[in-house]
Design a protein around this ligand. Structure first.
Ligand code: SAM
Length: 215
């Protein structure tokens, strides 16, 4: 079975490279090596290497592989980065980030729904990924005790960029976040010494961020 999955995964990665969503070796390596079929519910396994979101329960989804590639490329991750993810869902995006930041790095992922936080933890364990800490809570507040973060990856759409997340980003750090009340845009936020630069990089569709600084 793993041989078949590996072939499907290789094919998907080749496709994402060809159409320009995978640009770097580090993202290619992560997407070749993290097994997406370990992060979807049993009924969805046969679709694990199709380039589309899949249901993971509680009305939520694992993002499409091309969206994971796009967001991960924009994060410009480096070995040793400390990363905060909002919206653990299946744990797949956190696994991809973890593979890139390596053992010296750290990934903290916050999930609002208890059952999904458990699902993400189980999937990460099955995939043998140890350096991701999944916590249940309102990610719109960030997680102050571990701040500052080199990178913040938000995988649900916020009405506006949550202030606590900007505060917890390191100077020189980058946040990737979908924003929008109706139509959503993916934003990159770069935090400099004395200015914050926000850039819209394209339309997206994400489930809403629900919380104090969310919907
Ligand atoms: N990154 C996930 C993955 O790789 O499977 C996909 C995440 S899914 C598109 C968005 C997730 O954000 C959902 O699981 C949802 O419950 C979660 N979410 C929504 N609002 C949240 C909040 N305030 N704090 C933490 N998680 C939240």
């Amino acid at each position: 079975m793993e041989v078949k999955f590996k072939e499907e995964r290789d094919k998907l990665v080749r496709h994402l490279k060809k159409i320009g969503y995978i640009k770097s070796e580090r993202v290619e390596d992560a997407m070749l090596n993290v097994q997406r079929h370990l992060f979807v519910p049993f009924d969805e396994i046969k679709y694990a290497y199709e380039d589309r979101p899949l249901p993971i329960g509680a009305g939520q989804t694992i993002s499409a592989p091309h969206m994971v590639a796009i967001m991960t490329e924009y994060l410009k991750l480096k070995k040793g980065d400390k990363v905060l993810e909002i919206g653990a869902g299946s744990g797949y995006q956190a696994a991809i980030i973890s593979r890139i930041v390596g053992e010296g790095g750290k990934v903290i992922s916050i999930e609002r729904i208890e059952g999904l936080a458990d699902f993400a933890r189980e999937n990460l364990k099955r995939a043998g990924i140890k350096d991701v800490e999944v916590m249940r809570g309102d990610g719109s507040l960030g997680f102050e005790p571990e701040a500052p973060y080199d990178k913040i990856c938000v995988t649900c759409a916020a009405p506006d960029i949550p202030e606590p997340l900007v505060g917890q980003l390191r100077v020189g750090g980058r946040m990737v976040i979908p924003v929008g009340r109706h139509a959503q845009e993916l934003y990159l936020l770069d935090k400099g010494e004395d200015q914050i630069v926000k850039r819209k990089v394209g339309g997206v569709i994400f489930v809403p961020l629900i919380g104090r600084y969310g919907f």
